[in-house]
Design a protein around this ligand. Sequence first.
Ligand code: ARG
Length: 457
Amino acid sequence: MAKLMWSGRFQKPLDSSVNDYNSSLPFDSRMYAEDIQGSIAHCHMLNKQGLLSDADALSIEKGLQGIRTDIENKVLTFDSGAEDIHMFIEEELTKRVGDAGKRLHTARSRNDQVALDQRLYAINQAKVIRSLILDLHGTLIERAKENLETYMPGYTHLQRAQPITFAHHLTSYIAMLERDIGRIDDAVRRTCVSPLGSGSVAGTTYPLDRESVAMELGLNGVTRNSMDGVADRDFAIELVSALSILMMHLSRFSEDIILWASQEFGFVELDDAYSTGSSIMPQKKNPDVAELTRGKTGRVFGDLVALLVVMKGLPMTYNKDMQEVQESLYDALDTLQAALPPFTGMVRTMKLHKDRMLEAAKGGFSNATDLADYLVKKGLPFRDAHEVSGKLVRHCIERSQALDDLDLDTLTSFSALFDRDVYDAIRIRSCVENRKVTGGPSPSEVEKELRQMEKFR
Ligand code: ARG
């Protein structure tokens, strides 16, 4: 095993089981680019502050860039047995550029270094997820625009409630995604500060220019307390909590799709490219993408709970427990990045059975409220109108009829206020069109919402 960097005060080498247990290299190697980026900024600042010679700074920067290129080209692999990515890169740098490499860690601790790397990594990955959400957002807008007049029942308690359109249903998910993006942006905004200069806990005696490091890294500022700088993992918790809410939304959407794709609903058919078959039942077409997304939601919630529990009992400041933050954060980021593209593809390609949707909208007395509203417009108080409409529904249930099927004589026997124009008022199309209230399902209103949503970026 290579000599450990901190071995000065030790008399024995590390037991190999401890080395394996302790090492984060198998998972933190994914932050190599951020680690190098942070080190280069730190090196520039040390040089500017007169803490590192021009020659040393130049060879460090060149050395680090060479390491990055070699990692990218797979010439350099992570098999040195190093304790973590920070040690791995520093060891490699020293191998390549000698003493200058040993000077890079001046005025820095792995505690502020790992805090910075994780922030940079979270920011970069959040950007990727943000753009994947926008792909889904755009797809939903497209599909909604095609279906402004595709009628279906709106459900409460999973019972047919009132008629809506498929566009209106999709637009509800667009609204959720916009909040998800808002939460991610908000979490990222608070992540964009540099902890470098916090040292291991108590800052440093060197005259650092922390702000210039932050600026070079494209961050908005620096952390304000050296203890908080190294102890804080709120940024990971905030991001994973935003991702958990996003997954909760995808999971609800999945549940809708799973129901719609069932033969009982028959509202949608998933494209062959986005559904799977059964190894035994030849007729099956399973909504695996939606089911997996629903399943993986539990996993992301687990990541969030793991993060909260890892952090909750830690005394100030850095504790090795915090290494555990990394894998939960990565798992959530990876899960979203794996889930979103197939989910978007599934939504983009699914076929609608508009006739079934319309039939369901017509079938469940979803126009019973509109029938009551008709009587209200003729002067009946709403509570009385509700009663009349309810009695008519019961009458229809007993005879397996729809409200639209009743003749005028029957209707007037329940209320003298009924007239010919009632048929127009309770047609599914008019029920939807008349709901012009802001946020309502009328095609003109949904179109307006969609135009607004198209501007969301
Ligand atoms: N791999 C460590 C982590 O992820 C890096 C920081 C180690 N710091 C220390 N003082 N041992 O937390």
